[in-house]
Ligand binder design. Structure first.
Ligand code: FMN
Ligand code: SF4
Ligand code: SF4
Length: 288
């Protein structure tokens, strides 16, 4: 009787295991089917690159995948041979999180078409070359798109005026259409605004910027303004902010400034540099 009971328990455990395993396989294959094929991987802090990525995805009939959350499939998986990377330019280079993603992106089969679209407030230096170094391969096409500036942490840098924001956003649609046309035709082009002194900016200034300024240790919250709404925490694309009576930063910041811009009371500052600087709200710019 005891042996019989033990056997049925073992059989029950085994069937439970089989059930869970097939459940896992089912979901895994579903995930693969959803995320395989034509793909645009994107990273966006304050929404500009997401806006561009959405426009491209609509124009090209592709899927969108945030770089920071989804598993990666090799470039050109499923025989579709088209992979896009859309993200902002940081310090005439690429955000750390994009660099990590690019280094880990598995190489697909030869001949797959890989392109990058980089949004920037002004100019992008050799950001495409920084990306290529991280990818370990050449891009087949690369584009920059001028979008409202969100960098405010150094003297002389601030958000664009409403007029400049509106003008940049007005041109964005046509630029995305132009890029989509090039990609459809698999044109091996570089349509980039490098700006003046791109080598110095990318290879001399950027390393210093990354070393000293991509950090959350200078963020300060004005307790007299903060209402503990949790918006900064929700907006952080890498989950680096814990909500509480006051938000606290967790030391894995990628420097996007989404938290600074999202605070409805300008309670967050980066050192003393940003107290009199503006805040950027893409939706407000688009719909007001
Ligand atoms: C840390 C940081 C560095 C930036 N560096 C540059 C730059 O080198 N050149 C430039 O034109 N814009 C620069 N910008 C502006 C952004 O590239 C631009 O506003 C971008 O569209 C923001 O994209 P997102 O809203 O998708 O995050 C920088 C922004 C941040 C937050
Ligand atoms: S968004 Fe501003 S007000 Fe809301 S919790 Fe963060 S710091 Fe406080
Ligand atoms: S903590 Fe702020 S600046 Fe850092 S990644 Fe999160 S939202 Fe961006």
């Amino acid at each position: 009787m005891k042996i019989y009971l033990q056997e049925s328990i073992t059989v029950a455990n085994f069937s439970l295991f089989t059930f869970h395993f097939s459940h896992f396989i089912f979901h895994f294959s579903l995930k693969c089917r959803i995320f395989a094929g034509r793909m645009i991987y994107y990273f966006s802090g304050t929404g500009n690159s997401l806006q561009v990525a959405r426009g491209l995805a609509d124009a090209l009939g592709e899927r969108l995948c945030p770089m920071q959350t989804l598993p990666m499939l090799p470039i050109g998986t499923d025989g579709e041979e088209l992979t896009g990377l859309v993200f902002p330019v940081y310090a005439w280079g690429i955000p750390n999180i994009v660099e990590t993603f690019a280094k880990a992106l598995p190489q697909g089969k030869q001949g797959s078409f890989l392109y990058a679209v980089m949004t920037c407030g002004d100019d992008m230096g050799y950001a495409d070359r920084v990306l290529e170094a991280a990818l370990g391969r050449k891009l087949d096409a690369a584009f920059s798109v001028l979008m409202p500036n969100v960098y405010v942490c150094l003297p002389g840098f601030d958000v664009d005026s409403n007029e400049v924001c509106k003008e940049k956003l007005r041109r964005e649609g046509a630029r995305v259409e132009e890029i989509a046309r090039c990609i459809r035709e698999r044109k091996p082009v570089r349509m980039l605004k490098r700006g003046a002194f791109p080598r110095t900016k990318t290879y001399a200034i950027r390393p210093l910027f990354n070393r000293y300024l991509v950090t959350d240790k200078y963020f300060r919250v004005d307790a007299s303004r903060c209402i503990s709404c949790g918006r900064c925490s929700k907006k952080c694309p890498v989950g680096n902010i814990l909500s509480g009576p006051l938000p606290t930063w967790q030391s894995h910041c990628t420097g996007c400034l989404a938290c600074y811009h999202a605070c409805p009371y300008h309670a967050i500052n980066f050192g003393t540099m940003t107290q009199s600087k503006g805040q950027y709200d893409l939706l407000k710019q688009l719909y007001e």
